[in-house]
Design a protein around this ligand. Structure first.
Ligand SMILES: *[C@@H]1O[C@H](CO)[C@@H](O)[C@H](O)[C@H]1NC(C)=O
Ligand SMILES: *[C@@H]1O[C@H](CO)[C@@H](O)[C@H](O)[C@H]1NC(C)=O
Ligand SMILES: *[C@@H]1O[C@H](CO)[C@@H](O)[C@H](O)[C@H]1NC(C)=O
Ligand SMILES: *[C@@H]1O[C@H](CO)[C@@H](O)[C@H](O)[C@H]1NC(C)=O
Ligand SMILES: *[C@@H]1O[C@H](CO)[C@@H](O)[C@H](O)[C@H]1NC(C)=O
Ligand SMILES: *[C@@H]1O[C@H](CO)[C@@H](O)[C@H](O)[C@H]1NC(C)=O
Ligand SMILES: *[C@@H]1O[C@H](CO)[C@@H](O)[C@H](O)[C@H]1NC(C)=O
Length: 485
């Protein structure tokens, strides 16, 4: 009995061990092994208008599997984006404290010291660096001070380039969609922030005509030649400033609802490297915007911020920037998603056709401001008042800027989350910095689904045998004792 018991115990432990190392089987995948070995990573996305903190979790043994790393928390930092604290840089650091506390609650205490924390700042800080490098550095030191004083493993706070922002967004969505390890193609990535916008995809055309728009990756044993471009100043907030600056201080603004009034200081409009003719002195200090909600005219004024007068390549988007012919499916996220979602233009299944989207934005813009305000009393007026402009800008950018015609438009899917994770650059950034996306294919799993089922059945039989044996050991039935003696 003793020897038999040993053999069974060995088989059982072997069974458990093999079960916990099976990765690709959904019923016992990350959830179970994750209970034994979770790891965490924290990324702060310091955008132009606000900062988000993301906590990611993954089971340690399976770190290279696509879709295994997932978001468990997002904390929205109150107040301005870090670049908004240029007049009081210490506050940029203090503003992050609340979300860092939240991260300490989400990540179990025994994991704090090993959990990496990264901060990546995007176009708001790129603009501040162009304006005044020393102030931008002071803002970064202030946030670094806060992050260093947390119990986590601080790994750096830096301004990421537009190219990186585009690349990591593309990596994030393709990782989450499981495209790298499948035979289907990759999805392009469309990202819209407050101060910049990115377009990234694998074009048909090779090689990519412009070096600065070309990236090469080898992931899971496949090569990818990726086109990317980040348009600084073409995020939705900076695009609105650009548009206002071309407007000659005119009173009526077609991109705001009829009855809407906003007074802006001209100085606020021009203290920014996005507005080229900053020296141009206007004969007044304030701009009185008065909406008239005219979608067609709004499209025309927006069109003026896309300079299509020259193109040194075979094809361009605008401002002389190379754009190869659009290829494949696209995921559009961040503000592309938030704005379109507000306008009810993000459907789960088939995309809303372009003409339907256009007429929806058109009729939304024409609604009187008092009516819109009454329907959405919970949304801050500043944000609510800008959905008409933002919706129109998105259509202009995608249709005129990038050339998503009626048919190509159908290939765009507006994405908020994929699974539990927000679409955005942060996950791709962390995956790369922790070397979690291997260049070569990890060795194929030894078990097929059929052999997994077989193993499960076998393990169950072993378990039954163990129970039977322990019963026998305790009760020592006479017949068996005799037989063994
Ligand atoms: C940057 O800001 C600092 C502090 O406000 C100021 O002293 C300096 O002149 C500015 N530099 C530039 C290039 O504007
Ligand atoms: C602004 O006004 C000037 C002078 O009235 C005019 O020449 C120019 O075309 C206007 N620009 C725009 C963008 O309307
Ligand atoms: C415009 O500037 C004045 C004086 O500098 C300031 O008091 C006011 O708050 C500013 N208005 C806006 C809308 O920023
Ligand atoms: C458009 O770009 C061309 C060439 O890059 C430049 O000469 C022209 O001034 C630009 N037009 C506007 C309106 O900015
Ligand atoms: C979106 O749909 C909801 C629910 O049907 C509706 O209450 C809301 O007014 C719609 N939003 C817009 C901007 O029309
Ligand atoms: C990822 O990290 C490696 C270094 O570990 C770097 O060479 C590579 O360029 C990074 N990928 C991206 C998309 O930046
Ligand atoms: C994941 O990939 C990295 C880099 O390719 C490698 O060093 C690491 O051993 C891999 N981890 C596992 C569990 O396969």
């Amino acid at each position: 009995v003793h020897d038999l018991g040993k053999v069974v115990a060995m088989l059982l432990s072997h069974c458990l061990a093999s079960l916990t190392t099976i990765h690709s089987v959904p019923c016992i995948g990350p959830e179970i092994t994750g209970l034994f070995y979770p790891q965490y990573g924290i990324v702060l996305d310091a955008g132009s208008s606000h900062t988000n903190l993301y906590v990611y979790e993954w089971p340690a043994e399976k770190e290279n599997d696509t879709g295994v790393v997932h978001q468990v928390e997002v904390c929205k930092v109150e107040g301005l984006g870090i670049s908004g604290y240029s007049h009081d840089t210490e506050k940029a650091g203090l503003s992050l404290q609340h979300c860092m506390k939240r991260a300490q609650e989400v990540v179990p205490e025994q994991h704090h010291r090993e959990t990496p924390v990264y901060l990546g700042a995007t176009a708001g800080m790129r603009l501040l660096s162009l304006q005044n490098r020393s102030i931008a550095d002071r803002v970064l030191s202030a946030v670094e001070k806060t992050l260093r004083s947390s119990p986590f493993n601080f790994q750096g706070a830096r301004v990421i380039s537009g190219q990186e922002e585009g690349a990591y967004g593309w990596i994030t969505i393709n990782y989450l969609l499981g495209n790298f390890k499948s035979s289907r193609g990759t999805s392009g990535a469309l990202d819209l922030g407050g101060a910049s916008t990115q377009i990234t995809f694998v074009p048909d055309q090779e090689p990519i005509e412009s070096q600065e728009n070309s990236l090469h990756f080898r992931l899971y044993g496949k090569n990818y030649n990726v086109y990317t471009h980040s348009f600084l100043c073409y995020g939705k907030d900076q695009a609105l400033r650009l548009k206002l600056s071309t407007q000659n201080g005119s009173l009526l603004d077609p991109c705001f609802h009829p009855g809407y009034l906003r007074i802006m200081n001209i100085s606020d409009l021009y203290t920014n490297p996005c507005i080229a003719n900053g020296e141009q002195q206007l004969p007044f200090t304030q701009l009185h915007l008065q909406g008239n909600g005219d979608y067609q005219r709004c499209r025309m004024t927006i069109q003026k911020i896309f300079n299509t007068s020259s193109c040194p390549y075979s094809s361009c988007s605008f401002n002389g920037i190379f754009l190869p012919p659009l290829q494949g499916e696209f995921g559009a996220f961040s503000a592309f998603y938030f704005v379109m979602n507000f306008l009810n233009l993000t459907t789960e299944k088939s995309p809303v056709p372009l003409d339907k989207a256009t007429s929806t934005v058109e009729s939304f813009c024409s609604r009187p401001w008092h009516e819109v305000k009454a329907e959405f009393p919970k949304i801050k007026e500043k944000y609510l008042s800008e959905y008409c402009f933002s919706g129109t800008y998105i259509l202009s950018l995608l249709e005129n800027g990038y050339g998503f015609t009626m048919e190509k438009w159908q290939n765009i899917q507006f994405l908020g989350k994929i699974g539990s994770s927000d679409a955005g650059w942060t996950l791709g950034y962390m995956l790369n910095l922790t070397n979690m996306i291997p260049a070569e294919k990890p060795p194929t799993r030894p078990l097929s689904h059929a052999s997994y089922v077989g193993l499960m059945v076998f393990c169950s039989l072993v378990l039954v045998a163990v129970l039977l044996l322990s019963w026998l050991a305790f009760h020592k039935p006479k017949c068996l004792q005799k037989g063994l003696i």
